[in-house]
Design a protein. Structure first.
Length: 213
């Protein structure tokens, strides 16, 4: 193992420890209700296999399962996935939970009908790779629903990363998912009420795209 591999492994362990501690100490820090934008888009979709990336406490995955989707929830925090399983059990639905670092994210090509990424903030190089693999994983006609903070969020300081490079410009999404048709791409300033960790005025990008057939 060379020095770069050692540093990469150390960074992974540090990230996992951070999120395990957050979910362990703060529980459902982002609430148990699904993201509002997600709930406006899902009712028009036919249930199928859904993949929720960086899903954490499972609120969005459970919402999809309640609506008939076969859901895989991915996260690299064991504590987050434990909360997701507990929430699913309390709601009487089933999830498949996968503890996977997004650096190792390689889902089969054309394998899922819906990908959901709510507040998935990544360093630029990793984000590009994850977006590319996510697009490849979508079946023709499959949907992607994504919500993230934009760099304008740094003015509000009501949640999200403190590094501008981890935040998303709307045009980046159009470029990263160029093989999809854009159904909704909007930047909004909105008041969030998603558990104790996401409260207050926020700068958000909302994206719904569909893989071309």
């Amino acid at each position: 193992m060379d020095e770069s591999d050692t540093l990469r492994d150390a960074s992974r362990r540090s990230g996992q420890m951070f999120w395990d501690q957050r979910f362990s100490e703060r529980g459902y820090a982002y609430g148990q209700a699904p993201n509002q934008f997600l709930t406006t888009r899902v009712p028009q979709l036919r249930p199928g296999h859904a993949l929720c990336l960086a899903e954490g406490g499972g609120r969005n995955a459970v919402y999809l399962a309640e609506r008939g989707f076969q859901v895989t929830a991915q996260d690299f925090s064991a504590e987050g996935l434990r909360l997701a399983e507990e929430l699913a059990e309390s709601r009487g639905v089933a999830l498949t939970c996968q503890k996977v670092d997004l650096s190792d994210f390689e889902p089969p090509v054309s394998s899922v009908d819906l990908i959901v990424a709510i507040w998935m903030h990544l360093p630029p190089e990793l984000r590009i790779n994850v977006h590319r693999r996510a697009s490849m994983a979508l079946k023709p006609g499959g949907d992607l629903i994504l919500v993230a903070y934009t760099p304008r969020q740094l003015h509000h300081q009501t949640g999200g990363p403190s590094m501008a490079s981890w935040l998303l410009e709307p045009e980046q999404l159009r470029q990263d998912f160029a093989d999809c048709d854009c159904l909704v791409l909007e930047e909004v300033t909105t008041v969030l009420d998603e558990g104790p960790a996401h409260q207050g005025l926020s700068a958000v990008v909302r994206f719904h795209a569909r893989k071309r057939r």
